[in-house]
Design a protein around this ligand. Structure first.
Ligand code: ADP
Length: 253
């Protein structure tokens, strides 16, 4: 009998309130080892909030989040060891160089000096950062900044990667390179990647989680959502946009 795959990212009954406003409500899912999952939803749906809870950066109002079986609040260090997080804008310090930033994060994660220098060489290679190692991050293009962010997330060789809108602001060539990188990383890591771009879903994901108004409205394979057509129609239907608004009619008088 095949062994049950280990659950690497788990959200159970997650909720987040900002005063009376409910940003995330009762979000539950479990991502087993090796899956690449697209976290899809319109702007303001609750993707970043959910990801910040999953990575331990934001306390939930209710529910629990686990990485590789470790509770991100009560077993924070164990969870953090296994997690690489690429937040939406950073975490990059404009005055630092990429190599300075990697050293800084490596030391903060308590990587021993020999291992840190080995890992820096490896992620610099993996993210093709050779040409910009000594340039201030503030002077780098969006594409290079994103690569530095990815290198930071990969530095401690985590089993789980959580990335918030990693292709936002990249040009088509940079998006293509980024997706190729994700496919390679997906061979050894469990990945959750958020996006509001429909084409992104099939390009990266085995599975899609669709969130709207803080609630999970679909969890399954992109092909089953699409049912032979495009993703636009089910996305529009499930995220309820335009309800009650009639298409503009041309004035025929
Ligand atoms: P997404 O990442 O899907 O665009 P977010 O998780 O950033 O969505 O936001 C979900 C909702 O929560 C949005 O309506 C947003 O305005 C609201 N929100 C996020 N952070 C805060 C905050 N600190 N205070 C109040 N409302 C917030």
């Amino acid at each position: 009998m095949a062994a049950t795959p280990k659950i690497m990212i788990e959200a159970r009954g997650l909720a987040k309130y900002y005063g009376p406003f409910v940003a995330v409500r009762d979000v539950t899912f479990a991502i087993p080892e090796g899956q690449i999952v697209a976290f899809l939803g319109p702007n303001g749906a609750g993707k970043s909030t959910t990801m910040r809870i999953l990575t331990g950066y934001l306390a939930p109002s209710g529910g629990t989040a686990r990485i590789a079986g470790f509770d991100v609040r009560t077993q924070r260090l164990e969870a953090a060891k296994r997690l690489g997080y690429l937040p939406e804008n950073g975490p990059l310090y404009d005055d630092m160089t990429p190599v300075g930033l990697l050293k800084f994060f490596g030391e903060a994660r308590c990587l021993p000096p020999d291992r840190l220098s080995q890992r820096i060489d490896l992620v610099v290679e993996q993210c093709a950062l050779h040409d910009v190692l000594e340039k201030p991050i503030g002077k780098l293009s969006r594409g290079y900044r994103q690569r530095v962010g990815l290198a930071q997330a990969l530095l401690h060789d985590p089993e789980v990667l959580i990335m918030d809108e990693p292709t936002a602001g990249l040009d088509p060539n940079q998006i293509r390179e980024f997706r190729e990188n994700i496919k390679v990383l997906g061979k050894t890591k469990t990945i959750l990647i958020s996006t509001h771009i429909l084409q992104e879903v099939s390009a990266v994901g085995d599975r899609v989680l669709l969130i709207h108004n803080g609630k999970l409205v679909y969890d399954g394979k992109p092909d089953e959502l699409r049912k032979g057509g495009s993703l636009e129609e089910p996305f529009y239907r499930l995220t309820g946009y335009g309800k009650g608004i009639s298409p503009v009619k041309e004035d025929t008088d």
